[in-house]
Design a protein around this ligand. Structure first.
Ligand SMILES: [Zn+2]
Length: 151
């Protein structure tokens, strides 16, 4: 064989076509079209797409865990230090966003697994802590307005 010959596309691709099997489902696949899935196995396009969905769901679940626990932390900080209610607003956005996704989308509830209840508690507590200062300010405004109207 001439080592300087131009590289031609897929030599004997037709001979080896459909001889490989998908590493997940066992379907015969054309090796020239198959991809490598997680674990380095040759997988069919369908299993590759399922892998992609599983990976992106796991990534979203990880970031949801982060925002639920961050909500608890920022909510607690908002009780101690809350200039211009920045910490409250941040914790409310994290908490409400996390709770909304967990309530509305069952695939993410399944993906977080056993973390679901601690995450709901963390996001709920963070949201409640974040509401303390805004509610106090609102009540102060209402009562000072009422006092001004009376006196
Ligand atoms: Zn497959």
């Amino acid at each position: 064989m001439d080592p300087f010959a131009p590289v031609s596309a897929a030599p004997q691709a037709s001979a080896s076509a459909l001889t490989a099997k998908c590493g997940h489902c066992g379907t015969p696949v054309d090796p020239s079209r198959a991809a490598y899935g997680s674990g380095g196995k040759l997988v069919c396009p369908r299993c590759e797409a399922e892998d992609d969905v599983r990976e992106s769901t796991a990534r979203v679940a990880t970031s949801l865990k982060g925002s639920a626990y961050a909500c608890a932390g920022v909510g607690f900080v908002s009780l101690l230090c809350n200039p211009f209610l920045v910490a409250s607003v941040l914790a409310l956005m994290l908490g409400i966003g996390t709770l909304a996704v967990l309530v509305r989308q069952p695939e993410y509830r399944r993906a977080v697994g056993a973390h679901l209840v601690p995450m709901m508690i963390a996001a709920g507590l963070g949201t409640l802590c974040a509401l303390v200062h805004p509610v106090i300010l609102l009540l102060a405004l209402v009562f000072s307005g009422a006092a001004a109207a009376v006196g």
